[in-house]
Design a protein around this ligand. Structure first.
Ligand code: TRP
Length: 72
């Protein structure tokens, strides 16, 4: 659990308009933040007290401690 909040993940957009959507931690799961990335923009983020899940829409490279995903 502690790791979950310190681990960083990296998202690199491969096209314009990639959406990174943060979902709330706890019993009430809802969107709390949507970040739009354009091609070649990179976002580095963590899971936090407020964010337990992330939904990514669009073509992107996603790196986590579990490995890399190429969503093409
Ligand atoms: N205020 C948010 C938080 O502390 C910011 C955030 C962190 C975020 N990680 C995220 C937003 C991942 C979207 C996706 O939880």
């Amino acid at each position: 659990m502690d790791n979950a909040k310190t681990d960083f993940f990296v998202i690199k957009a491969l096209e314009d308009g990639v959406n990174v959507i943060g979902l709330t931690r706890g019993s009430d799961t809802r969107f709390h933040h949507a970040e739009k990335l354009d091609k070649d923009e990179v976002m580095i983020a963590q899971f936090t007290e407020h964010t337990s899940a992330v939904k990514i829409r669009g073509k992107a490279i996603i790196q986590t401690s579990h490995g890399q995903l190429d969503n093409k």
